[in-house]
Design a protein around this ligand. Structure first.
Ligand SMILES: *Cc1c(COP(=O)(O)O)cnc(C)c1O
Length: 391
């Protein structure tokens, strides 16, 4: 069977939009183009009904009620709203925030912004598997702490944090807890209320939905979380995020969420099996390959591998028919060595010799076989050239 080349193994950067999602969106460009805020005619009413159905489904995929979902343009905006929003409403109570060194840039850069406005931030270290320990979060808390933000699953190494334990530490201390669950929703089962989180960010394009649409879960009771609005004008989304709603995007997100609710478990089992096949296939043929991240607490679709005696950039250049990433693809606008791989103790040389493989719903067995062959032959070639040069 002919493969679509390059083989796409970069599902942490973004995912293909599921054809069923595309189909659900199309009418909202062509016939159902009403503004969901138009209260005076059918077009508006139908737009609003579609948005509210999607809101219910997007809530369901994380175990939340529809009225706890605020639609945004993506996880970056959700994270900004969560962190700056809590900072704004709690500034009179305290000015200290706790997060981790391995967070996504959306969290780290927002924290840096708040530091310029008088907040202090503690960056908790992780262990060599990238795990944040709840005890370390507990000891970072001060009477001045207003918010903790720890990601559910890491976008580079796939490590899954002990969210329930961290949430309970926060709850006991009366501190709000936000989690960036962008890589987790649709990949592993997530229930915001059972986990005990107060705020949770996620994004459609990481779960087979369209780009440019995301959501923030805002707990509605025990406690009801209050946020300072970041985008004013018109009072949409309970006044938390003004602007005409992206109806087609929201409908697509709703469909993607519905599919994730139904297929997450099956997708997870399938991608984990293929991921294991990829890693084992590579390790069988190559000496000296290490797997980054936690051996057990990890996303089913992630493999972060280090190939000493190579450079990831060279590998990628010499296997252009396999789409993977080195370092963090999300910040590939600024190609610095990954702060995540550094945080788990890799040397600079090992960081620069690491590739991230991200599998997804559409990854096939043939693609994995092809990927293994390409990686193995490319690493062997690059290593033997290096040996010849140093001989
Ligand atoms: C992709 C990603 C983001 C940013 O999401 P956008 O919707 O692209 O803004 C944030 N956090 C994590 C962990 C991500 O993987």
């Amino acid at each position: 069977m002919a493969l679509d080349l390059p083989v796409y193994l970069d599902n942490h950067a973004t995912t293909k939009v599921d054809p069923r999602v595309v189909e659900s969106m199309l009418p909202y460009f062509t016939v159902e183009y009403g503004n969901a805020a138009s209260r005076q005619h059918e077009y508006g009413w139908r737009g609003e009904a579609a948005v509210e159905l999607a809101r219910k489904r997007v809530g369901e995929v994380i175990g939340a009620a529809a009225d706890e979902i605020v639609f945004t343009s993506g996880a970056t905006e959700s994270i900004n709203l969560a962190l700056k929003g809590v900072a704004g409403t709690h500034i009179g109570r305290g000015r200290h925030i706790v997060t981790a060194t391995t967070e996504h840039r959306a969290v780290l850069d927002t924290c840096q912004h708040l530091e310029r406005y008088g907040f202090t931030v503690t960056y908790v270290q992780v262990d060599r598997h990238g795990l944040v320990r709840a005890e370390d979060v507990a000891s970072a808390l001060t009477p001045d702490t207003i918010l903790v933000s720890i990601m559910t699953a890491n976008n580079e190494i796939g490590t899954i944090a002990p969210i329930e334990e961290i949430a309970s530490v926060c709850r006991n201390a009366g501190v709000l807890f936000h989690t960036d669950a962008t890589q987790a929703v649709g990949k592993i089962a997530i229930d915001a209320h059972r986990l005990g989180v107060d705020l949770l960010s996620f994004s459609a394009h990481k779960m087979y939905g369209p780009k440019g649409i995301g959501a923030l879960f805002v707990r509605s009771k025990q406690p009801k979380v209050r946020l300072e609005t970041q985008i004013d004008g018109g009072g949409h989304e309970h006044g938390l995020r003004s602007g005409t709603l992206n109806v087609p995007g929201i409908v697509g997100f709703g469909k993607a969420a519905e599919l994730a609710t139904q297929e997450c478990e099956r997708d997870g089992e399938r991608t984990a099996r293929l991921r294991d096949k990829l890693v084992e296939g590579i390790k069988e043929e190559l000496d000296d390959v290490s797997v980054n991240g936690h051996p057990a607490r990890r996303l089913p679709n992630n493999a972060s591998l280090t190939f000493p005696q190579t450079k990831a950039d060279t590998l990628m250049m010499e296997m252009k028919d396999v789409a993977v990433s080195s370092g963090s693809a999300c910040s590939s606008a600024s190609p610095e060595p990954s702060h995540v791989l550094r945080a788990i103790g890799l040397s600079d040389a090992d960081v620069l010799a690491s590739l991230r493989f991200g599998l997804g719903r559409f990854t096939t067995e043939d693609e994995i076989d092809f990927g293994v062959r390409r990686v193995v032959e490319t690493v062997k070639r690059v290593r033997s050239r290096r040996m010849a040069m140093s001989a």
